[in-house]
Design a protein around this ligand. Structure first.
Ligand code: SF4
Ligand code: SF4
Length: 401
């Protein structure tokens, strides 16, 4: 059974005059919040954070490290938004709280993250900077056990690959514009290529619009400036194009892009494939078993899921991972900023892997590259060997497993 996503209980709009006053303090969000579950600290819950921010905005609490600490503790998973009957616009409030703190110098963003946030604004530069990592992965030289296996193209871009594949296979069905992403293109290009193959195999015409950029999620997660410029860039690249759908293969990027492209339909590629129907894979019997984890930004951000029809089409027994709709602790760069919390959140979710029979070869499948990276870190404390894959790779006609 697919885990249910709790919809908002009311269609009432959030408090228009002051979103911080929209919270009715019911507490229904508390047990959904990973940091509250971890600490039992009310200040580390959505309700607690909202109260702190409101007290600060009304001048009852001076700006200080107290509220900054609890602001930084938030993973940004948006589970609270899904469970809130008052429709508190938690995501918008959190973004504002983060950017205000960074602008005032109250929250210091680590220099590698700040550097990356600048570099992704120039895709050529970012792609060039990560070329050595692509090369290492291409050559299967992985000096660190947490580096993903996979053989990304080193020089060929997804746009070039899509053009070649389109000319070779000439699909005639619906047309999509594909957001290739910054880290997805610079590091996980093999997943982009698999996405192109799966779409084309299912008779979808794939366009990779020129001029597109990073979705800006990194800037939103950190509070760093740059999101508006990237939103404008992507609006110029995508908004005027006549396609059936704009698709993304990363839940976080899809959410950020959908918020930039008002009026243009953006959908997770797996949701789109589920809608049009996807060719099933036929595989030899194997001791692999797929465990599906659902990214927060798919479930709580996009209010979508990964359908059973898509997972059936992978051709391998599958089930949803225990607590599949709970946060894995990745939260964009949360696992860099709050590694102890991120690890503790993941440890709770990943423990089931060590309970599996030895004969089972588990594949942890999800649909967000940042969640994939977070799950890969579980290899350092989970004894049972397991692989991490993007669901689209399990549908790939060229998948070598
Ligand atoms: S976004 Fe996630 S971590 Fe932050 S308050 Fe909401 S439920 Fe808790
Ligand atoms: S569920 Fe919504 S209204 Fe209730 S305490 Fe949480 S944020 Fe406030």
């Amino acid at each position: 059974m697919e885990p249910s996503v709790t919809p908002p209980h009311s269609s009432a709009p959030p408090h228009a005059a002051d979103p911080l006053r929209a919270c009715v303090h019911c507490g229904l969000c508390l047990e959904e919040c990973p940091t509250y579950k971890l600490t039992g600290d009310e200040n580390n819950s959505p309700r607690g954070r909202l109260l702190l921010w409101r007290a600060e905005s009304e001048g009852r609490l001076p700006p200080d490290s107290w509220t900054d600490f609890y602001t930084d503790e938030c993973v940004g998973c948006l589970a609270c938004a899904s469970s809130c009957p008052a429709n508190v616009p938690y995501e918008a409030i959190l973004k504002q709280a983060r950017s205000t703190r960074v602008a005032a110098g109250r929250t210091r963003v680590r220099w590698p993250v700040a550097l990356a946030a600048r570099a992704v604004r120039i895709p050529r530069l970012f792609n060039a900077a990560l070329l050595p990592l692509r090369l290492l992965r291409r050559l299967d030289l992985r000096p660190h056990p947490l580096i993903f296996p996979g053989k990304p193209a080193v020089a060929q871009s997804t746009a070039d690959y899509a053009r070649i594949m389109m000319a070779r296979h000439r699909p005639t069905g619906p047309m999509v514009a594909f957001l290739t992403g910054c880290l997805m293109e610079a590091l996980f290009r093999e997943i982009n290529f698999a996405t192109v193959r799966v779409l084309i195999e299912n008779n979808v015409r794939v366009l990779v619009p020129a001029g597109q950029g990073c979705c800006g999620a990194l800037h939103e997660h950190t509070g760093l400036p740059g999101h508006k410029e990237l939103a404008a860039q992507n609006h110029a690249a995508f908004a005027g194009i006549q396609v059936d759908r704009v698709v993304s293969n990363s839940a976080g990027c899809g959410l950020a892009l959908s918020q930039s492209l008002t009026g243009t339909p953006v959908q997770d590629v797996l949701g789109f494939l589920s809608e049009i129907g996807v060719k099933p894979r036929t595989r030899q019997p194997t001791n692999h078993r797929i465990f599906v984890d659902l990214p927060c930004h798919l479930v709580h951000g996009q209010r979508a899921s990964i359908s059973e029809s898509i997972l059936d089409a992978c051709g391998v027994p599958w089930e949803y991972a225990p607590n599949a709709h709970d946060c894995c602790g990745s939260g964009g760069v949360y696992n860099l900023n709050k590694p102890a919390n991120a690890r503790a959140i993941l440890a709770g979710k990943a423990a089931f892997l060590d309970q599996l029979p030895e004969t089972v070869s588990p594949i942890l499948a999800t649909s967000n590259h940042v969640c994939m990276m977070q799950w890969q870190t579980a290899r350092s404390f989970i004894r049972h060997p397991f692989e991490v894959r993007h669901v689209i790779q399990l549908l790939d006609p060229e998948a070598a497993w």
